[in-house]
Write a protein that binds this ligand. Structure first.
Ligand code: ATP
Length: 427
């Protein structure tokens, strides 16, 4: 059977993944074997989310009625029902629903009624609490399809410590990353010397280690020194896979979805208030503002190094009419030139502008010239992929540590005609 759960936490506490870890143990106590546990991230732009829009699914052997009774008991005991935004959902199916609903919840928006239709069609047992919104995530989790997947080991705190300062030795986390990178990632941000895998919120998570296999996350975990965890759970997950990205074109973007688009830099980057950096990307005559916010730190220097004419692929969420960058693929660099008044051929002094459209004039000897001096500037930027640092990375964004995205063909298609469709699949 597949057991899905979502929407159990609030900013004040709890975490659906912790509830999943507890359920795995209660299933075992009841003699039901867990085959696998999934941590599924859904559309990161959904406004109802508490933190990272996570839902969980557990695949287990046994009778769905028993699974359902244990899952609902866990939710009723542990979910943060007092928060008006906590609306838990539990779904148990002996046959997995088709993956369409998962893809819709991952890349788009869904309703509770749509989730209920999927659950009814699958003959599932389900219960939605309060406004029942959690049924969306619970259904998406049991319908999830992970053609690419990573793993996260989550260690949870003992209950009396919830809400207190976490005792995790930062040096041991840096060591864990050093010893296991690139097989694990985002435990720390070495570029900015910041710990990433230890939350600051009052939930039960002590730390998380992300990596390419259960063996690698356990290897990294073995270096971590911390307060004694209550329990640990390894989840298979769609984190770090870019599963949320829709290959798109600038003309067809819809608010609240995440895209991979191509275009030509139309206007160089400008730094605005708060250190946020933006530039204009153009495709087929339509401009898109691309944003690199202040928390993306050094990534903003990549954006600042772009010049008009550069051909790039940009990945990120389309929100408020701009694309919030997660990753940038520089496909082709334009020649960058510095244009200035020429040196006077007669007296060797630098000429000055003679007025708009009137060329240049030497203030010393009166010589005139129509052509400016054009100096080719060496580009600092190199073609290739650039990403935001670990501290600013979205859960779903695929880190370059996992290899360069398989999108080269999309980037290289940058010379395509504007009337060609751009529905290439990224699966
Ligand atoms: P938790 O740890 O409790 O899961 P969270 O940050 O993951 O916290 P939730 O509290 O689960 O966020 O809130 C997200 C809510 O949005 C859930 O009710 C979920 O069912 C719903 N939801 C998720 N994806 C979509 C979607 N694509 N369209 C509409 N609703 C969605």
């Amino acid at each position: 059977m597949w057991i899905g759960i979502d929407d159990t936490d609030s900013p004040a506490g709890m975490c659906t993944t912790y509830l999943g870890a507890v359920l795995v143990r209660r299933l075992a106590q009841a003699g039901l074997r867990t085959i696998g546990a999934r941590l599924v991230r859904l559309n990161p732009n959904v406004i109802h989310k508490t933190r990272g829009n996570a839902a969980i699914a557990i695949e287990a052997d046994g009778d769905p009625e028993t699974g359902f009774a244990l899952a609902t008991a866990c939710v009723e005991e542990l979910a943060e029902f007092d928060d008006e935004k906590t609306n838990p959902g539990v779904a148990v199916a002996s046959v997995r629903p088709p993956p369409d609903f998962y893809y819709a919840a991952l890349r788009d928006y869904c309703t509770v009624d749509e989730a209920v239709r999927v659950l009814e069609a699958a003959g599932a047992l389900y219960r939605g609490y309060k406004n029942r919104r959690g049924l969306i995530g619970a259904t998406a989790a049991i319908a999830s399809d992970l053609p690419d997947l990573t793993y996260e080991l989550l260690a949870y705190r003992k209950r009396p410590l919830w809400g207190t300062h976490r005792q995790v030795d930062a040096a041991s986390l840096f060591r864990a990353e050093e010893e296991t990178y690139p097989h694990t990632w985002d435990t720390v941000d070495r570029e900015n010397s910041v710990v990433v895998g230890v939350p600051h919120t009052p939930d039960p998570v002590l730390f998380g280690i992300r990596g390419e296999s259960p063996a690698w996350v356990k290897e990294a975990r073995s270096y971590v020194r911390s307060e004694e965890p209550a329990c640990e759970q390894v989840y298979a997950t769609n984190q770090g896979t870019d599963a949320h990205l829709i290959p798109g074109s600038i003309a067809t973007l819809r608010e609240g979805r995440s895209y991979l688009v191509r275009g030509t830099v139309a206007e160089a980057a400008a730094t605005g208030p708060g250190g946020h950096v933006s530039f204009l990307l153009n495709d087929c005559g339509i401009d898109l503002r691309c944003m690199a916010y202040e928390p993306t730190k050094g990534f903003r220097d990549v954006v600042r190094a772009l010049v008009p004419g550069d051909v790039v692929a940009a990945a990120g969420s389309y929100k408020g009419g701009s694309l919030n960058l997660e990753k940038l693929g520089v496909a082709r660099l334009a020649d960058a030139a510095r244009i200035r008044p020429p040196v006077c051929p007669a007296c060797g002094k630098r000429m000055t502008s003679a007025g708009t459209g009137k060329g240049y004039k030497c203030r010393v000897c009166g010589e005139r010239s129509r052509e400016p001096e054009t100096e080719v500037v060496e580009r600092r930027l190199r073609p290739g992929w650039y990403e935001v640092p670990s501290t600013a990375r979205r859960h779903l964004a695929r880190p370059l540590a996992r290899g360069v995205p398989g999108w080269e063909e999309i980037v290289l298609q940058s010379g395509r005609k504007c009337n060609q469709s751009s529905t290439t699949s990224i699966k």
